[in-house]
Design a protein around this ligand. Structure first.
Ligand code: C2O
Length: 445
């Protein structure tokens, strides 16, 4: 049994973790060792391309098959805890790669391709256990306002007299009750899908993108009780112990595919060799350790899955980027001149790069100037420009990321010219601090 080592203990204390949670933490840590073994190189399998569906589209038979798949995964953990394909071992794959070891694939451009590869192997393992090659993972389409609650099939602890394999006990009250999440989690005005390029959407080598530090983190925190940082979905070390994790990430993956499709030129994936050749290791459906590269997952069809295109098409014109003056010492940002009220307002986003992100899981609101009074719906304030959704493990380390904020209203009302401070505060508080970043741009579409 691995013990909590001194370095981690120190980090946990600085993160404000109390002694009573340490026991749970060390249990979570104990299997967080990356796998040993000699990997073989991944070979593109050229499987039959079957579109993944949203959870809401599954037929009754497909729901039964999904439940059977997760039941078999859970059974495997009981019959052979060492089998790398079993439920807990699958959950630990996430833990190996989120700071539970020296590796963290979050908070940079590896976030999207690593999770795509993870879901690919997860899906192959479920196909193998089901002995059914046509099984595909479903996605939880929380980007659609009709599906903003935890999908029904994941909610009950039991189905008839049997345990529901899609159930997890560590969820928030809202998730459990089937309540809809707050509309501010995926508002039309702050939609990462409107990011002008891949960096703003999915990050670069230095930091993560607006999808990761927006709805990704917010949905995690909403699902796993945010008041308890050790609830499954709200904690990176434990998140993959909730079956909804895979449907949540499948939606992240779906949004990535859709983002590429909407504007194949402006939204193209990075082509840097450092990105394409970055490799990760996973156990495949035959318990073989495999080395897979980012370039192996950029085209999903040969991996056996795809997503049906959404309806909306963005303008084929690339957006116009204007760099804004920013003083890294005073943190004052030079706002552009206001647009006259009568003018046709283009879609304006404020892209801030290499933002120093909060190190505690939670949702944070971002304002131009001070946070408005707590209690009121702060997202309705005239100076609200968006939010940051953060999920970290118990030893959250400093991360940087790009944020795409909604600049349309604020810039309409700003006086322009004068320097303004961007501030961020835990949602619902006035506890603001200056947002620190490296550069800011205004994009107009
Ligand atoms: Cu690997 Cu949603 O986090």
């Amino acid at each position: 049994m691995a013990q909590f080592n001194r370095r981690e203990f120190g980090r946990a204390l600085t993160a404000g973790i109390t002694a009573s949670t340490l026991g749970r933490l060390s249990r979570a840590q104990e299997d967080c060792t990356p796998p040993a073994g000699t990997p073989v190189d991944f070979v593109i399998p050229n499987l039959t391309n079957i579109p993944r569906k949203s959870v809401a589209e599954l037929s009754a038979d497909e729901v039964t098959r999904l439940r059977l798949a997760y039941q078999k995964l859970r059974d495997l953990t009981v019959s052979d805890p060492a089998d790398p394909r079993g439920w807990m071992q699958q959950a630990h794959v996430h833990c190996w790669n989120c700071g539970g070891s020296d590796v963290d694939i979050h908070g940079s451009w590896t976030f999207l391709p690593w999770h795509r590869a993870y879901l690919y192997f997860h899906e192959r393992i479920l196909c193998k256990l089901l002995n059914d090659d046509s099984f595909r993972l479903p996605y939880w389409s929380w980007d659609n306002s009709n599906y903003r609650s935890l999908p029904d099939i994941y909610r009950p602890a039991k189905v008839g007299s049997a345990a529901n394999s899609l159930y997890d006990a560590s969820r928030s009250k809202e998730a459990v009750s089937g309540a809809a999440m707050d509309a501010s989690i995926f508002p039309a005005a702050q939609n990462p899908m409107n990011s002008a390029n891949f960096t703003a959407f999915g990050g670069d080598s230095q930091g993560g993108g607006s999808l990761e530090f927006g709805p990704h983190g917010a949905v995690h925190n909403w699902t796993g009780a945010p008041k308890d940082p050790f609830a499954d979905m709200g904690n990176l070390l434990l998140a993959a112990r909730d079956p909804i994790f895979y449907a949540h990430h499948c939606n992240i993956d779906q949004l990535w595919a859709e983002f590429n499709r909407l504007n194949p030129v402006a939204h193209a994936n990075p082509t840097d060799a450092e990105f394409l050749t970055r490799s990760f290791q996973f156990f495949d459906e035959n318990k073989q350790l495999v080395n897979i590269k980012v370039q192996d997952v950029l085209d999903t069809a040969p991996l056996g899955f795809s997503y049906r295109p959404g309806v909306k098409q963005s303008s084929p014109k690339p957006p116009r980027w204007t760099r804004l003056k920013y003083d890294p010492v005073t943190h004052l940002l030079q706002l552009p001149a206001p647009i006259p009220q009568s003018a046709i307002v283009p879609l304006r986003s404020l892209v801030v790069k290499a933002v120093k992100l909060p190190t505690k899981s939670g949702s944070y609101n971002v304002f131009v100037g001070n946070a408005p009074p707590a209690g009121a719906d702060q997202s309705k304030a005239a100076n609200y420009v968006g939010y940051i959704g953060i999920i970290v493990g118990p030893h959250g380390h400093e991360q940087r990321g790009s944020l795409v904020l909604n600049a349309t209203n604020v810039f309409l009302q700003s006086a322009g010219g004068a320097g303004a401070l961007l501030t961020f505060a835990p949602a619902g508080t006035t506890d603001g601090a200056a947002l620190e970043f490296s550069s800011a741009y205004l994009t107009e579409e």
